[in-house]
Ligand binder design. Structure first.
Ligand SMILES: *Cc1c(COP(=O)(O)O)cnc(C)c1O
Length: 424
């Protein structure tokens, strides 16, 4: 697989290099030089998730990774289902939250961990990351048990929810979690200091495994096929997909699926009040506002870092950005949407509620609508319980961790202490 840096097209790398480096020169994003057109879509859709995903990723990545290795990576990463559920007449939910941390980031995160373990080369690898909750859990679970990869996760002590803490600070093994006596920004600064320390970097093979890694997006392509596979051929004729968007990685993956030949009539980018993209699509002007906090906080992004990949795909495919639907909901509208879904008999959470409502408002006669549910309702337990006036039981995955003892170390906000800890 050949990839180029969108900012500096002369910088070209293969899949292994793109996975190891994450970002190109000048923070440029890597992008596949070619995306094949698959001719056997119907045959693919007839296969089970893992087998089909192995074929899709083989078509994208090529033979740079031996078939048996790639197949094992997919099998180890995709260990949970992605069911399609009917919500209203002609409207379906794709539930992406049945993984170990109950969010769709498990798909990309787990495949990235497998990819990194495969292309790492010799030497030690230490994944170091700071988290305010969700990312840490996804990273910890994705890398848990992988040989010769140490994971260290910093988080602000007392500033993440006890449930979140339990989810990733009870694993042990190759996962070390550190509660820092400071806020999240301080944790991020400590991580940055570590990456700036060339000697430390070399000594422990520091890697950020960050969210922009191309391996994540390639993995996410597979669940768009999984959704189509669960719909009828007739429903696939006029399929419209609404994607709750923050950094726009999810939408990029959907557009790659369409480029491969998956029949999707159009996409809708759904956002909260951080609506840089919907405004851009309407006015043609890119004018990010200051980021505001919302109920759908995983989408509180006003400068989405995958947007250049979206534009690159439109340009290369000769598509016009006017074909991309969009819509934004504020918190009050999100609450109304969540209630409407619940009245329909479907329990959702704020991110999925936005994708649902924007889809419902824009779906036309004869179309079938699909919206992505990116998190389990229990991940947003407090808001969902308050808005709907109900009590949510803890799902098994969370309950299991909730009963285990915390294994975190505690540390002051001091780089020298962290450095010694990492070298230990
Ligand atoms: C990360 C996240 C999103 C946004 O996905 P992007 O790929 O960044 O657009 C939406 N919902 C949830 C629950 C998330 O965690």
């Amino acid at each position: 697989m050949n990839l180029y840096n969108i900012k500096h097209p002369e910088q070209q790398v293969n899949f292994a290099q793109a996975v190891r480096q994450g970002l190109g020169k000048d923070q440029g994003l890597f992008f596949p030089a070619t995306i094949p057109q698959l001719s056997n879509i119907d045959e693919l859709l007839a296969l089970p998730l893992v087998e089909r995903s192995q074929k899709i990723l083989r078509a994208l990545i090529g033979d740079e990774i031996p078939a048996d290795k790639l197949n094992a990576m997919v099998k180890n990463a995709f260990t949970f289902p992605a069911p399609v559920v009917k919500v209203a007449e002609n409207i379906y939910a794709l539930e992406l939250f049945h993984g170990p941390t109950l969010a769709f980031k498990d798909f990309g995160g787990r495949f990235m961990a497998q990819a990194l373990a495969t292309v790492r080369g010799d030497g030690k690898i230490t994944i170091l990351t700071a988290t305010s909750g969700d990312t840490g859990a996804a990273v910890a679970h994705a890398f848990y048990g992988l040989e010769n990869i140490d994971v260290v996760i910093l988080y602000p002590k007392g500033k993440i929810s006890p449930l979140q803490e339990k989810l990733f600070c009870t694993l042990g093994g190759n996962i070390r979690t550190v509660a820092i006596n400071a806020d999240f920004d301080a944790c991020q600064t400590l991580v940055k200091q570590a990456f700036d320390d060339e000697e430390l970097r070399q000594a422990i093979g520091l890697n950020s495994a960050n969210s922009i890694n191309i391996s994540r997006l390639l993995a996410q392509v597979c669940y768009y096929f999984e959704a189509a596979a669960q719909l009828t051929a007739e429903q696939r004729q006029n399929l419209v997909v609404s994607v709750p968007s923050g950094n726009f990685g999810n939408l990029t993956a959907g557009l790659i699926a369409k480029t491969l030949g998956l029949p999707i009539k159009r996409f809708i980018a759904s956002t909260n009040a951080n609506d840089t993209v919907p405004r851009y699509l309407q006015t043609g002007e890119w004018q990010p506002n200051a980021t505001v906090a919302t109920l759908s906080n995983a989408m509180d992004v006003s400068r989405p870092n995958n947007w250049p990949r979206v534009e690159e795909l439109f340009k290369r495919n000769g598509w016009n950005l006017s074909e991309l639907g969009s819509g934004a909901l504020n918190d009050a509208q999100t609450e109304t949407a969540l209630k409407a879904q619940y009245a329909q008999g479907y329990l959702c959470e704020p991110h999925g509620a936005i994708a649902y409502q924007v889809l419902k408002d824009q779906l036309q006669e004869g179309e079938t609508g699909l919206f992505l549910c990116t998190a389990h309702p229990a991940k947003f337990k407090e808001s969902v319980e308050r808005i709907l006036g109900i009590e949510l039981p803890l799902p098994d995955a969370l309950d299991k961790h909730n009963k285990l003892p915390l294994l975190s170390d505690e540390m002051d906000n001091d780089f020298a202490t962290l450095r010694a800890y990492l070298l230990k």
